[in-house]
Design a protein around this ligand. Sequence first.
Ligand code: ATP
Length: 362
Amino acid sequence: MSAVGIRVERVSKQFSHRVKGLVYAVKDVSLAVQPGELLTLLGPSGCGKTTTLRMIAGFERPDAGRVFIGEQDVTDLMANQRNIGFVFQNYALFPHLTVFENVAYGLRVKRMAESEIGTAVHDVLQMVGLAGYDRQFPNQLSGGEQQRVALARATVIRPRVLLFDEPLSNLDAKLRVHMRRELQQLQKQLSITAVYVTHDQEEAMAISDRIVVMSHGAIAQEGTAESLYRQPASEFVAQFIGRTNLLTARVLSVEAGDTVLEVRGMRLRLSGQSPHAQPGRPVRLVVRPEVLTLDGSDRATGLPCTVSSRMFLGEKVEYHVRVGEDLVQVTSYNPRSVFAPGQAVTLTLPTEGIPLLPGGTT
Ligand code: ATP
C-alpha cells in the first residue's frame, strides 16, 4: 500500500469556555502532510495542536473547513471509518485484555479470519520488540512496553495514516529519548504518513521531517527543524525552538550587501541583508548562545560584560553574562576557556548567521 498525504483546509473549531465564552481552539488552519512524511504540531499548552489532530482523526468535527486523507474528503466520516491508527499519551489499553487481545482487537472488529489474526499480531509484536509478550496483561508491563503495545495496536490494522498525541510524555526522560528513535524508525520502515503532537521542542526536532509551530489556534511558522532554528520568523518561534538571546540593535546603514548595526554602543557589520533592516530603524537580533564567544584578554574587541553565572555540563559550559541590564546566555564548547563568576570579559558576536526581526526600541 503506497503512502497517502493529508490535507487540512481552512479548519476552525470553537469551544464554549465558562469564563471567556465562545473561543477559537483552532482558527483557519491549513496544512499539508506529504505521503510518508512525519509532521509534528508543536506549541505551548492550549495552542490548538490536539484539537487539530483530533479533527484529522475524526474525534472532533470542524465548524468550518475540510480534511482530506489522500484524495478522499473525510470531514463527514466518523473516526472508525477513516482507517487511521491513533496512539494516545495514556496508551489507552484495555486493562482486562492480554497484549495479544489488545493488539488483535482492531482486526476482530474488521472480522479478519482467526488464522490471519495470529500471524498479523505476532508479526507486529516482533516489529515493536515485544515478541513473546502475548499473554501479559497491561499492568504487568512497564510504561515503555505499554506504549509499544499501543503502537502495535495502531499499526496492525494497516492504517492509511498514524496520529500520535504526546505518545512519550508519560515515560521517563531516558526512555523517551530511546523510544522516539524507535518510533521514527518504525514510521520510516512502514513508510506511513504520520502527524505527531508534542509541546517538547527537542522531541519535535529529533523526530520530525517538518514541524508546524502553533500559537493561539493558528500556525506561527512551518519548516524543517533546521530552517526554524536558523530563520525564525518571529520572537515567539525564536524562543520556542531552542534557546536564544534577543538583542535590540539599531540599523545604521545597509551597504555592499552588508548590514551595519549599533548594538549597545558597539558597531557590528553583519554580512547579508534583511527586509527588516531599514536605516534608523530598531531591530531584534536572534543570537543563539553557541554563536557567542567570551574572551578574557585585554586585546579583545566586543561588548564588555561580567560573568554572572557558570554551569559546567561536561562537553559544554553554560554562562550567563551581564551586558548592561541584560543577561545574555553563552554556551562554550571550549574547555580551555573557563571564566569565573564576577570576572570582566568581552562578548564577541559573529558577523554572519544572525537573523534579524523587526521591532524593539533602542
Ligand atoms: P495541551 O498541550 O495542553 O493539550 P493543545 O495545544 O493541545 O494543549 P488544545 O487541547 O487543542 O490545545 O486546546 C485548545 C484550546 O481549546 C484550549 O484553550 C482548550 O482549553 C480548549 N478546548 C479544547 N477542547 C475543549 C473542549 N472539549 N471543551 C472546551 N474547550 C476545549
